[in-house]
Unconditional design. Sequence first.
Length: 496
Amino acid sequence: MTVHFPFQNTYAALPANFFARVAPTPVDSPRLIKLNRPLAIHLGLDPDRLASPEGTEILAGKRLPDGADPIAMAYAGHQFGHFVPQLGDGRAILLGEVIDADGVRRDIQLKGSGPTPFSRRGDGRAALGPVLREYIVSEAMAALGIPTTRSLAAVVTGENVMRETPLPGAVLTRVASSHIRVGTFQYFAARNDTEGVRRLADHVIGRHYPQAANADRPYHALLEAVIARQADLVARWLLVGFIHGVMNTDNTSISGETIDYGPCAFMDHYDPAMVFSSIDEQGRYAYANQPRIALWNLTRFADCLLPLLSAQQDKAIDKAIEEAQLALSGFAETFNTAYQAGLRSKLGLFTARDEDQALAQDLLDAMAKNQADFTLTFRRLSDAALDASGDAGVRQLFADPTAYDEWAARWRQRTGDEPQDPVVRQTAMRAVNPAFIPRNHRVEAVIEAAVNRDDFAPFEEFLTVLSKPYEDQPAFAGYAQAPEPEQRVLQTFCGT
């Protein structure tokens, strides 16, 4: 059964210093543990053929499909604020690109498929646990409606990888609009390779921002477009309680997708200073810091574009800096507009008033002070919008229930000023306030069952639940509950 990938390879057609050509390293006895059949169909691939022994070997890197031009991409990056001039794909290999059913070009990449010239003494492999975590969280984000890379397949390799202890090896097949990062631009800028920056910028405009090509100043339009997408993306993260955990510039996608799910997490009780990542000892990437860090990363992107901005209209570099700063100043407005609109929707407000921001912030402050669960508070608030009998479910989430009562009186007065029927309001709120998120303790339980018992039934069931995050799903009601104190996962770890 021949597996056909209708590959195109536009990135591999760029100059040789953009990547290293390297084939995946074959593994002994790969076994398919999950194929995302709907995504395969959307990509124009035959899921039955992908699930065949030949398809599994391709997904494990044991067999190279026809038309592939495998490469490891070069990039640099600021990691926790410290610049590293050469990083690159150390355990990921881009097989090629396909055009999906929407006409969008998508990368197909194997993650954990062996060493590359960028591996920096690493083995280029991935353990099963991090592969399952990325599969779970990326597909949950997609179901939540948040721009993200996707997971096409996960296979176990039949070989162990050595970390602190031997662990089952695995490969994730990742799909992205592209894998171009802020760090990709930094790689060329650090080498004073202005032509490399230009070639990359032109490629990005053609692939992601074609409208910029027709602007009077295409590179300035590119900068503004990337800023807007990142601002909107991070606002969406905050609205579902997501913490990326490692917002380095090499983990910041130019396309505006969430990428590189390492020590990521969804918060349980609301805490703006929440950090889960074991390597984020200073809280640089804490929940509430994410907008500030996104802007910092975008400033590094603007730095890379300065020679292009200056040459675009034969302007002095100081003028280019001034224009870049003006573009960056737009981040706050774009972020705040998206974030405040999202909060109004979560509160069931159909119109905008000046006092809405204070109303939302006062709820968040009360949640933080009273250790109220972020996801459950907003979901149950949807029921309270129907009638006051729903208040009981929200009150019990607060250490001091009167804190909710005081706020709820103001909220009801505000919603009472709008003409919408309570059922309409509840329906609208349920469409933006999920019942189900990939809670950390659930993710860990799934990983434990798979790694220690080769039991993937919990993984399958969890994916089923997360595929419909806005539906009640009574049969799976337990997945909506917050962890008991002894179940809480307070640290997450990077997958390298």
